[in-house]
Ligand binder design. Sequence first.
Ligand code: PGA
Length: 272
Amino acid sequence: MNKLDIEEIVRKEIVDTVLKTQEFIVAGNWKMNKTKQEVQSFLNDIKDYDFGSKNTVIVTPPSPYLYLFEEALRYSTVLYGAQNVFPKESGAYTGEVSVDMAKDFGCKYVLVGHSERRSLFGECNEFASKKIRILLQNNITPILCIGENLDQRKYENYKQFLVTQIVEGLSRIEEKEISKVVIAYEPIWAIGTGETASPEQVENLHMFLRNFLVERYGENIGKDVPLLYGGSVKPSNVKELALAQSVSGFLIGGASLDAQTFIEINDILNGK
Ligand code: PGA
């Protein structure tokens, strides 16, 4: 056996061990997709599937379909959440969904500050911070999305931009609550474009964010905040991305819509 063969065998062993032992968060973001019938069919395909107990599997459907998730996933390990809530308890906020409503239907997670909400609906860091506070008050885990666009990446200090998104997004909660928030790094240029950040780019950025969190909030808090990657994650690239350091899981758009593809991604992240 030559040196390259041995290296390949060792690498495969390491990959298998990481995938079989590391705990990942695997969250699907459906955005504004699917009919009721399509939702039912997806749920039928996943509700009895064995996703194992190592990873945390989450789906965030459009809110009108949450009741179907509540019904179908009662005995499943798959968790679900809402894509958005309004940071007030109740009142004259036409068109909005409250945290209580999300909670009523069993949501355990809510996305906050997704780049589409920021760019299409003008949501800012301050608004995200209000949502994060009310979600934590209600024991729902916020998934705070951050990410730079291509121009920022090319011409600006985009790392500082990301840091500001984090600091301002977390500004309304106490330090001890920070490790209850999940952060998803989603470079806007990689969302829905088919263009993924390379494992090296993801690792660099995640290591930078991890160091920043530890420096700013201390070792105990900073090392515990899960850092997800999102942006064109699919079965063909998830394994390499999972090996990047400080990647605690994924926020998956397009590839979470099809039950078999979602299952395939989960199988890979279970080392199957
Ligand atoms: P994508 O979306 O996987 O389709 O790129 C990710 C997201 O927007 O959360």
